[in-house]
Design a binder for this molecule. Structure first.
Ligand code: GDP
Length: 434
């Protein structure tokens, strides 16, 4: 999906516009940390266009002075976006800070669309002319508070969307990414996979995306490690900020089949670990929990069990994910990761036979009667798999309101006992039979 980033100095109304474009998005899954997507990054639609949008204003670079913050945000936009919306405030005219942002943006070849916000009515339109001076062509007047002009602005952005291949690698290639807090050892693991000291990826001019994937072959299976450059390219100040690492993780997750959630054995499980893992689960990707730096842990024969229990307790929603203990440093068990990736990726794409599925459901209902409410009982007629990646089932019933979360969970567990869905989330959707 193409990515739009909004940049501009503070108080020009970036987040208002962001929220307008994104609209109300209510998450369907509960009780999972991090489910309500961080408000700086979201998918959105305009007419026939699907895209992602970033509000760089929401990425605070701690301790940096005002101008430096803006500069870093512009840099993030340049690194991450296909199209940049440069936002200004029509009521205040062109300010020095706007000129600074413009200077930053002159350095990119990426398309920049200039928006002049707070133009709340047509009488105010003549105030946009000053903004030609910024050197980005025609300014687009918009009003965040009234929702005006957004259509024209997004049309203009869409003109610059790159023509991209939805699946440039083909269906047989397994795409996976490593996500986790900074310093858990993601880059080291990638280097361990690739059997070389450094991840070397050739820079492709003008695109971030083509340059950041590392193709890899092992045991006759092709893999692509997604977003390896994101791990390689260190040293920019903003890369250590939490919001930025979340943004990177979300983008990598989106393009992956399998997500390796990397934890550091040397440190306790932290809130942010859960949040990051929550994104992978919510996105419906196959998930493997990789505990790295296992060499740094003092251990006896009970240690691995103890860690496993801790992880299961903290990541209840990932009860399907296999856990592997590795060391990027000594390479211990690193070679076992790829076969697990292959296995869970197959499960993620598995289709099951309807007849067996319905036997499981019937048998489940016989063992544990469906819930009732005010004298009415849920009746399950039949179930069918409607999608893969993740496997998704529709259960046809008399009255969907009678389906309880706990009963759904019970059915899911029964399905898991019958079929091997290790490593993949599965989804149940309850529908009234037509
Ligand atoms: P990233 O930010 O997640 O990509 O983390 P890096 O790969 O840059 O690793 C962060 C630090 O942890 C570096 O100093 C690595 O040398 C160290 N490190 C990575 N993997 C291991 C490991 O398996 N064992 C030990 N002891 N240190 C590791």
């Amino acid at each position: 999906k193409p990515v739009i980033a909004i940049v501009g100095r503070p108080n020009v109304g970036k987040s208002t516009i962001f929220n307008r474009i994104v609209g109300e998005r209510v998450s369907i899954v509960e009780d999972i940390p991090g489910v309500t997507r961080d408000r700086i990054y979201s998918s959105a639609e305009w007419l026939t266009h699907d895209f992602n949008i970033i509000d760089t204003g929401g990425i605070e670079i701690s301790d940096a002075p005002f101008m430096e913050q803006i500069r870093q945000q512009a840099e993030i936009a340049i690194d991450e976006a296909d199209v940049i919306i440069f936002m200004t405030n029509g009521r205040e005219g062109v300010t020095m800070a706007d000129e600074q942002v413009a200077k930053m943006l002159y350095r990119t070849k990426k398309p920049v669309v200039l928006a002049v916000n707070k133009v709340d009515n047509p009488d105010m339109r003549n105030m946009i002319y000053d903004f030609y001076a910024l050197g980005f062509g025609e300014p687009f007047p918009i009003s965040g508070s009234h929702g005006l002009g957004l259509g024209d602005l997004l049309d203009e952005c869409a003109k610059h969307f790159p023509q991209e291949d939805e699946n440039p690698y083909g269906d047989d290639v397994i795409k996976f990414s490593l996500i986790g807090r900074p310093n858990v050892g993601k880059s080291s693991l990638v280097n361990a996979f690739l059997g070389q000291e450094r991840v070397i990826v050739s820079e492709v001019a003008g695109t971030t995306r083509d340059a950041i994937d590392s193709p890899y072959e092992y045991d006759g299976q092709e893999y692509v490690i997604i977003d390896t450059a994101g791990m390689r390219k260190k040293g920019k100040v903003y890369e250590t900020t939490e919001k930025y690492s979340v943004l990177r993780a979300l983008r990598a997750i989106e393009r992956s089949d399998v997500v390796l959630v990397v934890l550091n054995a040397d440190e306790g499980i932290q809130e942010q670990d859960k949040k990051i893992a929550g994104y992978a689960h919510e996105a419906g990707k196959a998930v493997i929990i990789v505990v790295n730096k296992w060499d740094a842990v003092e251990k006896d024969e009970k240690t691995m069990n103890f860690y496993t229990e801790q992880i299961r307790e903290h990541f209840l929603f990932l009860d399907y994910a296999p856990i592997i203990f590795v060391s990027a440093k000594t390479k211990k068990r690193v070679h076992q990761i790829l076969p697990i990736i292959q296995r869970v990726s197959e499960n993620h794409a598995m289709r099951v036979q309807s007849s067996i599925l319905n036997e499981v459901i019937e048998d489940s209902v016989a063992r544990n009667p469906a819930p009732t409410d005010k004298g009415r009982r849920l009746r399950i007629y039949y179930a069918t798999q409607v999608a893969i990646q993740p496997p998704t089932f529709v259960v046809f019933v008399n009255e969907p309101e009678l389906m309880h979360f706990s009963y759904e969970r019970f059915l899911e567990n029964r399905i898991r006992e019958t079929f091997d869905f290790e490593g993949t989330p599965i989804r149940l959707i309850t529908r009234a039979r037509a």
